[in-house]
Design a binder for this molecule. Sequence first.
Ligand code: ZN
Length: 110
Amino acid sequence: MSTSSCPQCSLENIYQDGALWICADCGHEWVPGEAAASALVVRDSNGNVLVAGDTVTVIKDLKVKGSSIPLKQGTVIRNIRLVEDDAEHIEGNSEKIKGLVLKTCFLRKA
Ligand SMILES: [Zn+2]
């Protein structure tokens, strides 16, 4: 796999930070060579496959660790990221809360 372009958006505005490569355009972070080796499949509550960059909807009210604001049913999480070696969680930001880690069983692909 070439490291001259972002595997997510294919733009070439990327830079290296330690072992990580980071895309300045979409914010995608990856380790060269690992994406191809990973067979991890992440699925939502309906069994649909989720990939980085997907938009998902929260299907029930959720408490958020470290936040007094609950995550409401119906909240849209755009541009999700997958958690390495963890098919049960994704990362993403809602409009109000940044840096969420969410269980995929409470999400539905939008
Ligand atoms: Zn990118």
